[in-house]
Write a protein that binds this ligand. Structure first.
Ligand SMILES: NC(=O)c1ccc[n+]([C@@H]2O[C@H](COP(=O)([O-])OP(=O)(O)OC[C@H]3O[C@@H](n4cnc5c(N)ncnc54)[C@H](OP(=O)(O)O)[C@@H]3O)[C@@H](O)[C@H]2O)c1
Length: 322
């Protein structure tokens, strides 16, 4: 089957992707929208006329961003809600506030994330990256399902990463309790979880009109790299000695484009369970000759793992009493 693609160039920016899309009357929820790709995602959605809710943990910065974007786009339909994804209690409170504000949600873009954090635990005792990037979004999405189903057709976009290649789900020790902590394995696991979650959400709710896809946005220098030790970004070739990003990297506005395409493109109507990057459906990685820039490992969309992760995530959350 021919992979689904946008007619635009792979590096088109998010506002260009939505230049001919009218989102008046449609509501989007975008997590992590006070910085990086989230800002550009909201900018493009507001420019196209959508109403946007921004659940953020820093509400002062979130409100500043919302005010700036409202002014710049001329669309004031943007609202900030406090939410810390590393606390299931906070996620529950945020979901209640969002549902009160928006009985119908047409687009949920699970964009927030942390990368390569020092070893730590969320408020509920989960490894920071798995707990924040995956379990927080898992719970938020489940709590928002009534509004997604009420808006159907609705779409969920789950920000994964090429870093999913670094780790499958560590079924025996997702929280690094019995094995030494590795910040990149932990990030990789969380980004695999983000992709598997989209696959299973789509399997469960696609038939009811709530489709879900995973997105790798590309490499973009943002606040995400703040936990990398000094010099590591240079050693990895992400920036040169003057701090200039590698030309293969995208701008934040380009990095947001596959998210907004996934949330709106007519070519993805009713289509879910895919891994998307560069404004197109990605392809399985050729393990013998892996491209450093494009393609996903089989473990990211494995249907059995996706089911198993859903059950594991439910159990982990149930054990907290949240
Ligand atoms: N940039 C890249 O090269 C790249 C590549 C692949 C995938 N991604 C994915 O793209 C997404 C966006 O990343 P980005 O590059 O835009 O990074 P970013 O600028 O650091 O944005 C991430 C956002 O997530 C928020 N966040 C982190 N922890 C949170 C928590 N506990 N509760 C609520 N919000 C929280 C951050 O808020 P604070 O500012 O308050 O921390 C921030 O606004 C992430 O999921 C990332 O994994 C990025």
């Amino acid at each position: 089957m021919t992979p689904i693609k946008s007619p635009l160039a792979p590096r088109a920016d998010a506002t260009t992707v939505l230049a001919h899309t009218d989102l008046h009357g449609r509501t989007a929820v975008v997590t992590g929208a006070a910085s990086g790709l989230g800002v550009e995602t909201v900018r493009a959605l507001l420019s196209a006329g959508a109403s946007v809710i921004m659940p953020v943990r820093d509400t002062v910065r979130g409100q500043q961003v919302a005010d700036e974007l409202a002014r710049e786009t001329g669309n004031a339909a943007v609202q900030v809600v406090p939410m810390d994804l590393s606390s299931l209690a906070s996620v529950r409170q945020a979901a209640a506030a969002i549902l009160a504000a928006a009985p119908r949600i047409h687009m949920l873009i699970n964009n927030a994330g942390v990368m390569a954090t020092p070893q730590g635990l969320t408020a509920d005792g989960f490894e920071t990256q798995f707990g924040t990037n995956h379990l927080g979004h898992f719970q938020l999405t489940r709590l928002l399902l009534p509004a997604l189903l009420a808006a159907a057709p609705a779409r969920v976009v789950s920000l994964s990463s090429s870093a999913h290649r670094l780790s499958d789900i560590r079924w025996d020790d997702p929280n690094f309790q019995t094995t030494p902590y590795d910040p990149w394995q932990a990030y990789g696991q969380s980004k695999t979880a983000n992709a598997l979650f989209a696959a299973e959400l789509n399997r469960r709710y696609g038939p009811q009109g709530v489709t879900a896809n995973a997105v790798h946005p590309g490499g973009i220098m943002t606040g995400l790299q703040k936990h990398m030790p000094e010099g590591e970004a240079q050693r990895r070739g992400w920036i040169d000695e003057n701090g200039v990003p590698n030309p293969a990297f995208k701008t934040p506005a380009q990095g947001a484009s596959t998210s907004v395409w996934a949330a709106t493109a007519p070519e993805l109507d009713g289509v879910g369970g895919l891994f998307l990057e560069d404004l197109q459906q990605s392809t399985p990685l050729d393990e013998a000759n892996p491209s450093p820039l494009f393609g996903y490992k089989a473990h990211a969309l494995d249907a059995d793992s996706a089911r198993r992760l859903w059950t594991l995530s439910e159990q982990m959350i149930e054990q907290t009493g949240q």
